[in-house]
Design a protein around this ligand. Structure first.
Ligand SMILES: [Zn+2]
Length: 365
């Protein structure tokens, strides 16, 4: 089983040789034959990464429906319950699994995240999701009613979880139980995603290929329907995106930008401490702009690694992915490995990042 990988954008043959010679044992790229042949030549495992819920066409009928009844696109994805979206995805994985790759990573295997916007986040209420909810014995009307209440609160500038609630886990539990439709929604999303990943696993693994997954960090995973303890049954490599200090506002997946988006919904609350309390983070974030300016601490990244490790147990390998722009990348790698990760991946290798990666990571792994 590989340990250290790089998510590859642009490359030339020398890059692949350099990465193979410098402690990396797998590369994540496209499924094109040139990439695969070069990896095989330099004895480094080729993996391919596929978006999961990209619809077959741009037609709005594939998109998720918000609590307001509007079609919403997020991360170029359609509804995870739309049969055409599902079939398109399964065929894509089937085709990629025929290639000479070592495995396939699924990306975007989830529902919309906060950084995609409040309306995209409060999805999906389309007819396909309604049908699926019936199949799961989930009360769709109750789900709509309570999500609508929660959405309206956010729209009025009230925090998703008020500061007096977020301090104590038992009070948070009581708050959500008072809105059972919100619990239904969270359960529904994670069940949909788990069932879909099981399907992917049944396509990929019998072809003697492994399945990997890019997941939101544990503190955010509940929002997008990713349950580590269930998903790890179907996944060989579990890769939390532990991007901790991405500067681009609205960037999808980094812990700091996603939390910043949630904190900004709460216009009436200047202090973002409530979202740190809710997610259990101890980073020194005093103002909302600190999420972008300072980012999340290495200590919190370590904590997220420990939680992920605990949740997946021995069922799958934990190989977090880290953003190359982390200014303390060597220390982050060291600490994440110390916390129990089997290896790391770097996002991502391009003409622009090549010099940084080569200077910072040479002989680091
Ligand atoms: Zn839907």
């Amino acid at each position: 089983m590989p340990k250290n990988g790089v998510f590859l954008g642009e490359f030339c043959p020398d890059d692949i040789k350099w990465l193979a010679d410098n402690g990396f044992d797998f590369l994540i790229g496209s499924s094109n034959d040139r990439f695969i042949a070069l990896c095989r030549k330099y004895k480094i495992e080729p993996w391919t990464c596929l978006g999961t819920f990209n619809p077959p066409t741009k037609s709005p009928e594939y998109l998720c429906v918000s609590i307001n009844g509007e079609r919403k696109e997020w991360f170029s994805s359609g509804c995870p319950n739309n049969p055409d979206v599902i079939n398109f995805s399964l065929e894509k994985f089937e085709k990629a699994a025929e290639k000479d790759v070592s495995g396939i990573f699924c990306d975007g295997v989830r529902f919309a995240s906060p950084a995609s916007g409040l309306e995209a986040f409060f999805t999906c209420f389309c007819k396909h999701c309604e049908k699926k909810a019936q199949e799961y014995n989930v009360d769709f009307e109750r789900m709509k009613k309570d999500i609508s209440t929660l959405y309206k609160r956010c729209k009025e500038g009230i925090p998703l979880i008020e500061s007096s609630v977020s301090l104590t886990p038992s009070v948070v539990l009581s708050y959500f139980v008072s809105m059972p439709g919100v619990c239904d929604w969270l359960f529904f999303k994670k069940k949909v995603i788990a069932d879909f990943v099981e399907k992917l696993s049944k396509i990929v693994r019998p072809k003697d290929k492994r399945l990997g997954g890019y997941f939101f960090s544990p503190c955010l995973s509940v929002f997008v329907g990713q349950d580590y303890s269930i998903l790890s049954r179907y996944i060989d490599i579990c890769s939390p995106m532990l991007y901790r200090n991405t500067r681009e506002k609205g960037s999808i997946a980094p812990i700091n930008t996603e939390l910043q988006a949630i904190s900004e919904w709460a216009e009436n609350e200047k202090n973002p401490q409530w979202i740190l309390d809710f997610t259990g983070l101890s980073s020194k974030i005093i103002t909302k702009s600190d999420f972008l300016r300072k980012g999340i601490s290495i200590e919190d990244t370590v904590r997220e690694t420990l939680i992920a490790k605990h949740l997946i147990g021995k069922k799958s390998r934990l190989i977090p992915i880290l953003w190359w722009k982390d200014t303390k990348i060597r220390k982050t790698i060291r600490e994440v490995i110390k916390a129990g990760a089997s290896g790391i991946q770097i996002f991502w290798y391009t003409k622009e990042t090549r010099r940084f990666i080569k200077s910072k990571l040479k002989r680091c792994l």
